[in-house]
Design a binder for this molecule. Structure first.
Ligand SMILES: NC(=O)c1ccc[n+]([C@@H]2O[C@H](COP(=O)([O-])OP(=O)(O)OC[C@H]3O[C@@H](n4cnc5c(N)ncnc54)[C@H](OP(=O)(O)O)[C@@H]3O)[C@@H](O)[C@H]2O)c1
Length: 302
């Protein structure tokens, strides 16, 4: 089968298309014929070497956290049958024609392949962030990176709970943030004043950008309480909660919840671009701009 791997850290040119052996599913695992793979900022951060010392990796490595596709082989007790349409997290990288997985859920027929591949990582992180912040009706929530895959999901889900969301983004992202139900505010110098002009009160902050907005967040909150970042390691020095997820956070129940929210129109995935598997390097470069304007995916099968 064809797969994308890298054998050394570096720029996207270290990504190589290869012919590799088909993986065999172990107990509790399925092998998925991947239709669409999600591309995440984590993928290029890992490839660049920026996470050496944080994430243990043996090289060569096959990227790809999430997938949507058709079950092609089943390990003992996996609970799925050959031919089932599923989506979820990949055990072996999803930048490949086939990948092993153990945490997947049935893909409802009404959920598109691209939405299914886009939901797991960003959707779970958004739900987790709101849960850690205990966002409820009446709260004023500030979301950094509200036009992104994670921030956009968090904005929609918080608005659906009855929160008021102020979302940071570039000027060109303002309409997107509005479409999610948030009030857009441009990020960068002067952010505190722009947020206060919208609301003198900020009850909670979710940082889904990781671009240095934590000091402003502390100023707006008057302390570190009810601030969560998913992306800024400065949190550790500032005494702010950094959430990378706990074992068990990525579970089939979350996938089913995200699918239900999406097919009922309560969560809309905005897709930026999709690339063929062979163009994974371009897809990662697109993601690495930090301004892709939506979710990036790989079309593994047409
Ligand atoms: N901890 C976890 O469990 C977890 C899970 C998933 C993702 N993440 C992390 O969360 C971050 C977002 O992921 P994603 O998939 O949502 O990425 P994405 O779709 O590429 O979104 C990135 C967002 O960052 C915004 N942004 C760019 N520069 C900014 C700046 N200077 N100030 C404020 N915002 C800025 C962008 O806004 P504009 O487009 O408007 O410029 C965009 O909304 C990544 O760092 C990713 O690694 C963490």
């Amino acid at each position: 089968m064809r797969a994308i791997e890298f054998a050394e850290y570096g720029g996207s040119d270290v990504l190589r298309p290869l012919d590799v052996d088909l993986p065999d599913p172990g107990p509790g695992q399925v092998r998925v014929a991947v239709r669409v793979a999600g591309v995440n900022p984590f993928d290029w951060k890992l490839r660049s070497g920026a996470m050496v010392g944080v994430v243990e990796l043996s090289l060569p490595h096959r990227p790809g956290l999430e997938l949507a596709g058709v079950v092609d082989a089943v390990g003992a007790g996996a609970g799925f049958a050959v031919g089932d349409e599923v989506f979820g997290w990949a055990l072996t990288g999803s930048y490949a024609e086939f990948a092993l997985a153990s945490v997947v859920a049935a893909k409802p027929p009404a959920l598109t392949w691209h939405d299914a591949a886009a939901l797991p990582s960003a959707g779970e992180a958004a739900l987790r962030g709101l849960r850690l912040l205990d966002v409820a009706e009446g709260d004023v929530l500030l979301v950094h990176g509200a036009a992104g895959a994670v921030g956009g999901s968090a904005t929609q889900l918080a608005v659906a709970r009855g929160a008021t969301v102020i979302g940071t983004g570039a000027d060109r992202s303002a309409d997107t943030i509005r479409s999610y139900g948030g009030t857009p505010v441009r990020y960068g110098d002067g952010l505190v004043d722009r947020v206060r002009a919208v609301s003198p009160r900020v009850d909670a902050v979710l940082d889904a950008a990781g671009k240095g907005a934590l000091p402003d967040s502390v100023e707006l909150r008057g302390g570190v309480d009810r601030i969560v970042t998913l992306a800024d390691p400065a949190a550790f020095e500032l005494g702010i909660t950094f959430s990378g997820g706990e074992p068990g956070d990525q579970n089939a129940g979350v996938l089913a919840e995200l699918a239900e929210l999406t097919v009922t129109g309560r969560l809309v995935v905005r897709h930026a671009r999709s690339y063929p598997l062979a163009e994974a390097a371009r897809a990662q470069d697109d993601s690495a701009t930090g301004h892709s304007g939506g979710k990036i995916t790989l079309d593994v099968r047409g």
